[in-house]
Design a protein. Structure first.
Length: 116
């Protein structure tokens, strides 16, 4: 199983980025998918989660109204659209696949830096 994130980079405050995470080697439609982020010296925090069918998304208070999680089960891909980015959104972003009948799987992370 592999999860491969992409789409990170350097963006100015107020800008947008779209992260992608492609899953290989699992039955994607069974898994709830989520995005986490981590900065050095802090615990990894949940940013957004979407159910296996894509019918429900939940967000951390800090990103509500700015970030949108979505998925395409035909493409085995989960997305995180990030708008109105702030310097405090700077972090390494990770995707995670979770299903009750299997261990959790994590990607390698993609760096997002919000700076002028």
């Amino acid at each position: 199983v592999r999860l491969v994130e992409s789409g990170g980079g350097l963006v100015q405050p107020g800008g947008s980025l779209r992260l992608s995470c492609v899953a290989y080697g699992l039955t994607f439609s069974r898994y709830d998918m989520s995005w986490y982020r981590q900065v050095p010296g802090k615990e990894r925090e949940l940013v957004a989660i979407i159910t296996s069918t894509g019918s429900n998304g939940k967000y951390a208070d800090s990103v509500k109204g700015r970030f949108t999680i979505s998925r395409d089960n035909r493409e085995n891909t989960v997305y995180l659209q990030m708008n109105s980015l702030k310097p405090e959104d700077t972090a390494v972003y990770y995707c995670k696949a979770a299903w009750i009948a299997a261990p959790d799987y994590w990607g390698q992370g993609t760096q997002v830096t919000v700076s002028s």
